[in-house]
Design a protein around this ligand. Sequence first.
Ligand code: AQP
Length: 342
Amino acid sequence: MTETQFTPRVFSGIQPSGNLHLGNYLGALKRFVDMQGPDMETVYCMVDLHAITVWQDPKELAHSTRELCAGFIAAGIDPERSILFNQSQVPEHAQLAWVFNCVARMGWMQRMTQWKDKAGKNQQNASLGLFAYPSLMAADILTYHATHVPVGDDQKQHLELTRDIAIKFNKDFGVDFFPITEPVIEGAATRVMSLRDGSKKMSKSDPSDMSRINMTDDADTIARKIRKAKTDPDALPSETGGLEDRPEARNLVNIYAALNDQTVEQVLADVGGKQFGEFKPMLAELAVAKLSPISSEMARLMGEEAEIDRILARGAEKARAIAAPILQQTYEIVGMVGAGKA
Ligand code: AQP
């Protein structure tokens, strides 16, 4: 079997589950912007079907979807250069996910750490959707034959599962139809940690608002959260080895490096020897300078709801033009009568 050459194409998504935060920005959004360019087709999605795997208030879900769209655009995603849409407007995601539910194995899903973390001890009461989440994620990616997926470190395991699903589908049906996707997990802030606890990921669902910097926070709030961020009493080291066993210090330095497009080594060369009393105001100033223009543009765009809806509908149309033929070919491979005639 000759190996198919797939056109380079990026796909990634973010859940519109509220509280878009600095971790989502540095681990995902900012890198989505960097990947926009003439050599790469970029497809970005507000994954609302993923969001409902846990309870969402319908009005808040609609608001968060539009706010997230505003966040994408304010951060630098150009809806003319990238395809930008919400998942539920492209039914091929859910249709392909069903095929993948029949390819993926129960054991694979049971091993997912996100399932174990989110369902916790209450697995019997968790939704079936939460369990099947990685199969929908595989469909999100593979319905575009995406070759590259920029994500934060927490999504690594789901991307490995996406590769396993593609490999098993290709093998089961004797085809070379789905690409084996490359995860793109790079930069200084692939895992931004909570500002209150350096061992926990910064997350939308953390009950403490002080644990994260929200993309909608104003300058005073950003500065206050950084001032109150947990640290240790020592001065910053001049070399990366000195950050070992200092998770909070490492987190703040990583954030500084990612916001300033520097390496951790470059940052430490400048700030090594400084106490947090000096470093925190530097970080706050940088964070406000980088994030405030994004949050004010988000607020402006949120005043133009009809325009946001138009952008999402137009993006969905462009997305379907890619996804529909891939789903039809999948159905043909699987043996569904009538496939390919739509
Ligand atoms: N702390 C983080 N550091 C770096 N990247 C992160 N991402 C999330 N948190 C961090 C990346 O952001 C993208 C979108 O994430 P998502 O909204 O789809 O889901 P999530 O990873 O479940 O986000 P949260 O904030 O952690 O939500 P909850 O609290 O609901 O679990 C992904 O690329 C992710 O890697």
